[in-house]
Write a protein that binds this ligand. Sequence first.
Ligand SMILES: Cc1cc2nc3c(=O)[nH]c(=O)nc-3n(C[C@H](O)[C@H](O)[C@H](O)COP(=O)(O)OP(=O)(O)OC[C@H]3O[C@@H](n4cnc5c(N)ncnc54)[C@H](O)[C@@H]3O)c2cc1C
Length: 294
Amino acid sequence: MIPYEVEYVRASSVQDALSLLSGDADAKILAGGHSLVPMMKLRLARPSFLVDIGRLAELRGIEVHPDRVSIGSATTHAELAVDSRLKTLAPLFALVGQVIADPAVRNRGTIGGSLVNADPASDWPAAVLALDAIMEVAGANGSRRVPVRDFFVGFMASAVRQDEILTRIHIPLPAAVRVGYRKFRHPSSGYAVAAAAVTLRFDGDKCLGGTIGITGVADMPFRAYAAEALLAEGFAGGVDEMARIAAAAFDGVAPLEDSFADAGYRLQLGRVMLKRALADACAGNQAGTTCSET
Ligand SMILES: Cc1cc2nc3c(=O)[nH]c(=O)nc-3n(C[C@H](O)[C@H](O)[C@H](O)COP(=O)(O)OP(=O)(O)OC[C@H]3O[C@@H](n4cnc5c(N)ncnc54)[C@H](O)[C@@H]3O)c2cc1C
């Protein structure tokens, strides 16, 4: 299908974008356009007015502060995948960024668009959950900070309201550097059928615990807190331990079902992806060496 006619404005600043949004309840932000435009073609979204923030310098780029890394929401997947500071400080970004879709999507699509769109099969949600990110959201009355645990609120729904803009994603430092990301790609779209992001904290050889973010499996991404509690009891990378942790992660989860993966298969893929991500993180593999997706 072809897109319908729609008004389009390139915003000159975040403030300009916010005032354009507040003037039209049917207006929508356009960033990379790689989710919104396909949805408009399918008539799954019908905004009357697009406010383009994709080229705003104030929303792009990566800043390193003593206590956090701060990422502009319009930073592209490709920029995040190759940034050398992120590779050192938060290597999960390189792992995840390089397995999103294909180069065309990675060069245009943005982390902010992916997070606000909150597609349950997107990759970034698992990573930002595992990294305990804090989202900065701008609105007419100023900015508010939303902890990632409160950010995803339902199927394709985030805490960002129609008249707000996700401006920055803050990653607290130090972030764990022993990480893993495993994704079972849908063979046609490339989206995650099931994927797991893992961070592990170590003191020498002793694992002190970690975090687990899951995407693809349920109607919204989630932190596997019950599995993390097992990690915190002590984790040495044993096969039995991993099986127990993987079982706990998906206990009580209502899986999505579609023609590619029924509920049982999707849960099994989730457990397998999590065990492999745990094994990667436990082995201390670094970004760029463990991006195998299956
Ligand atoms: C063929 C194809 C394959 C793909 N495969 C994958 C994949 O494997 N993994 C994956 O994770 N993703 C995949 N994607 C999705 C891709 O990553 C998108 O780029 C991303 O989901 C949306 O980012 P965007 O910048 O394009 O957002 P847009 O499409 O511009 O916007 C998406 C939504 O977010 C809103 N929005 C955007 N930015 C902001 C903001 N800063 N503040 C408030 N609202 C905002 C928009 O109003 C819209 O509702 C794929 C897309 C395509 C077309």
